[in-house]
Design a protein around this ligand. Sequence first.
Ligand code: NI
Length: 159
Amino acid sequence: MKGLPNEWLLEGLAQSAGTLAHILADVTQAQARAIRDGDDGWSVLEILCHLRDYQAIFAERMRRILEEDRPTFRLYDERARLAMVIENAYADQDLRDVLDDYLAARRGIIERLAPLTADQWLREGKFADDDIVDLTMPVVHTLLHDADHTEQIARILKQ
Ligand code: NI
């Protein structure tokens, strides 16, 4: 075997989503809209919407790696990230609905990945011709992105 045991990644995907659900369990819609990461920062609600939308981007990369011959991924920069806040009306979303969507999509990712063979995990995609990754990349990216914003949400809820 080369690299990480894939079961570790699947466990991590389940646990990081579970941690976020626990942290948000008692947060109300009003709190989720009011509590922000600084005056100009995102609210808890906006952060959760961002997690949902980026999980969908990472899941799409996983799907394309599995179904296409070394697909090229679109890059999302700061501008694309901020445009989604408006396009998807983050501030008007319902916290519980967004969390439910996020958790359901996570279960879908885990179900999709669980039966894969070792060879399928080695399938590739690319950001550019000299930037080739395998399937573990969007999976680990999902985990690190969870960690980043779960830390942020837990921190601002404590303020
Ligand atoms: Ni982010």
